[in-house]
Design a protein around this ligand. Sequence first.
Ligand code: NAI
Ligand code: MG
Length: 361
Amino acid sequence: MKKNYRIAVLPGDGIGPEIMQEAVKVLTLVGELEGVTFTCEEGRIGGIAIDTDGTPLPEETVTLAKQADAVLLGAVGGPKWDQNPGHLRPETGLLGIRKALGLFANIRPATMHSSLVDASTLKPEVVSGVDLIVVRELTGGIYFGEKKRYDGPNGEVAEDQCIYHEAEVERIIRVGFDIARKRQKRLVSVDKANVLESSRLWRKVAERVAADYPDVELSHQLVDSCAMQLVREPKQFDVIVTENMFGDILSDQAAMLTGSIGMLSSASLAAGSFGLYEPVHGSAPDIAGKGIANPLATILSVAMMLRLSLGMDEAAAAVENAVWSVLEAGHRTGDIAADRSKAIGTIEMGQLVRDELSKQW
Ligand code: NAI
Ligand code: MG
């Protein structure tokens, strides 16, 4: 294991800087406890970069990210930039950095902590104990295929082409297997092989790659069936791997099993161990600057970074356990509090996680 890691930190807009501050403090503490140094270098992205540099993604930020071992991102956007033209919109910075870094795998965990079951719209007995991960292919499929619009004999015609290459499928399937191997060793590959040719290739590649992972149980599910099962009996899933559009939909569906947007972390991985880690939620302009945002999604993203990019599995589990312990003790930010009058702030929540981490280490 290395002794010094470079982390590019891109706080972004709205609550981004507030939640990122707490996440970086947790990372710094992990470094002290583990005896490694995390050199965190800050860069601008999104609205703040538009205001300062005249572009949502300055070249400097891309360089900073590329030189780092991993990237931590807060959130971008806000009403101030909503009327801007496309190239001067904060989200353009997000799309740009994902592309510049070659991120092809999006990892979205949905973990239902037992003390938060009330936040879900589903029955407690259905969601309690849910602990699954959706692995989504990010750079291929129908979202990136050729698009056409033309007039036909019976009115307008629209085309969206869906292409998958074997190598593209193989690398994402391998990410699915690698993650499943570190968990309950069950991988569900989701496709629509009864209808789509791209899905038949997907299934063939999954079967071939499975030979390299005899310790992981592979099964296949059709996407419509998977959508039903996710709501009917979500506990059956460990890791789901799927193509871009199916993954877009299923990852949002899986996320809402938990009901708490302020708790959801994510990772986007490139080849090798490089990745970008960010909360699923946005910049929450409605609560920005008030010190009440929930920092746990970003702190849990730090845990994912430790596990997936830095190979520090035990430290990752320690951060996650510290978060669960703080929740178990009844501490809540406003977004997950049953009684908002007892809610604590962003900084307090971050401090509680660090106290717990030191105690449990
Ligand atoms: P949002 O996720 O920012 O907020 C939705 C609701 O959840 C709001 O009521 C907000 O206060 C609450 N919320 C979100 N995160 C929270 C946290 N950590 N703690 C407590 N409450 C939290 O989504 P919204 O309102 O649709 O978008 C706001 C801005 O964020 C827009 O400019 C949008 O474009 C941008 N956005 C950025 C994303 C990113 O950077 N990856 C993703 C989604 C939206
Ligand atoms: Mg989506």
